[in-house]
Design a protein around this ligand. Sequence first.
Ligand code: IMP
Length: 235
Amino acid sequence: MNRLVEYDMSTIVLATQNPGKVAELRSLLQDSSIEILGLSDLSDSFPEPDETGQTFLENATIKAQEYAKLTGKHCLADDSGLMIDAIGGRPGVISSHYAFNGETDGRAAALSRQQRDEHNIDRVLAELDGVELEDRSARFVCVMVLADPSGEVIATSEGTFEGRIGFPIDEPNAIPSETVPRGDHGFGYDPIFLVHPDYLQTSAELEPAEKNAISHRGAAVRAMIEHIKGLALDS
Ligand code: IMP
């Protein structure tokens, strides 16, 4: 018996309001019969679950399980962030609101996403003041979780993207290729993330397709696609 039928995985809800993420997954699964829906494609609107986990896996699991049970469909969720070695792996799960210590209401709620990103970048650069380039190693991490309609987790995947955090422009003795922010693409910490292995470009200087080919999210999505195809074809 085809497990796709057994699992009734003909539709997967991607737990995101971001149409770009939905389009990306759709195109990666275009050869399969699986239909991808974003939350905004559903007729009902669902409350956002609190991301109370201490790890990316816990938060992605909370979202996948919650939306699977609410929608009655298979649900795929991701959680991602930046981990900087010199500051103990922070900002980690609070990457999107690091400048506000992870608080999503109050002052943070009054700002645009771009303004929050700028505050987050300022905080990271300030915390790395005095740290040498070799010790500014960092990675983006993305974890994806697929839950079935009962809320049971049936697949997980992870991707990482290595780099270093550059120096602020006014850093004495820093050479131009080491200074940040630079680049107009991407979001979040991309303008300050110097990409491994040569650390000459920030991830905000990569074209979107170039970034997808090497990024944490690209790797996690590709690994998840393999899981999904395996579940669908396994008999
Ligand atoms: P989310 O998982 O899409 O909510 O992302 C969490 C946060 O991690 C974002 O708000 C960014 O601050 C940071 N982040 C995750 N992935 C990236 C990336 O590819 N570039 C830059 N920042 C990222």
